[in-house]
Design a protein around this ligand. Structure first.
Ligand code: GSH
Length: 229
């Protein structure tokens, strides 16, 4: 049986966004059953957890007889290849799908996270105002480039939904939450098309259900012994 990790609780702006939804989504798409190990801050900082996820983050994916995988992108690619679903057979299109999964994580997500950091984690208004224009402009540039690359295609690669679209749509959730898609109607309709899937809806509602039945205290932030110290 596959086990993935997920946070017990997250702040309201992050409910439905925590990256275990990507592992849940692909596992739902291929109809592989899995259980969820719920994690708090002490778990994340523990040696036991760091042996499986060196950065103390969710998700990881564990399965008897296989190496524990971390990085949501690796989990999504691994499951799709093994299940032979949402990824084309060996060949040009498969290579392009992998390029786009990495592009979502490496060429789009960091730019969106820079904006998220300003809006959610920077608490000094002066600092926010100083940093916001540059990070928003850089994110806008990447979104425009993505929009151009997508053109009038329905999907990033070929004529069917693949894990390239799964990952890009997931990453674009950060942009949508920050209203960065308001000037990109093509990306909004692309993302809506990608998210209109039962496997996605179940992934997010399962994650939200966990978060809603816990509270901040369940994360034991005050008890954590920093593994990074
Ligand atoms: N690159 C990683 C990022 C994972 C990640 O950022 N996880 C966040 C939740 S969305 C986390 O565990 N944060 C806790 C922390 O960094 O201390 C992936 O895609 O799996």
């Amino acid at each position: 049986m596959i086990t993935i990790t997920a946070m017990k609780w997250a702040p309201p702006f992050a409910a439905g966004q925590v990256r275990d939804h990507r592992a849940r989504w692909i596992l739902n798409e291929v109809s592989w059953p899995y259980t969820v190990r719920l994690i708090d801050a002490c778990d994340l900082a523990s040696d036991e957890y760091r042996q499986k996820q060196p950065f103390g983050q969710v998700p990881y994916m564990e399965e008897g007889g296989r190496p524990t995988l971390f990085e949501s992108g690796a989990i999504v690619i691994d499951v799709a290849i093994r299940a032979g679903k949402l990824i084309p057979p060996e060949g040009t299109d498969r290579s392009m799908v992998i390029s786009w999964v990495i592009a979502a994580l490496n060429s789009i997500e960091p730019f969106l996270m820079n904006v998220a950091e300003v809006e959610y984690f920077m608490h000094d208004a002066g600092q926010q105002e100083a940093r916001r224009p540059a990070v928003v402009a850089a994110a806008e540039q990447r979104l425009s480039q993505l929009e151009t690359a997508l053109g009038d295609c329905q999907w990033l690669v070929g004529d069917a939904f693949t894990i390239a679209d799964l990952m890009m749509a997931s990453v674009l959730k950060i942009a949508r939450r920050l209203n960065l898609l308001d000037t990109h109607p093509l990306l909004i309709s692309y993302q809506d098309r990608c998210l209109d899937r039962p496997a996605y809806r179940k992934a997010v509602s399962d994650q939200r259900a966990v978060i809603e039945r816990h509270e901040m205290a369940d994360m034991r932030f005050d008890k954590v012994e920093k593994a990074d110290a």
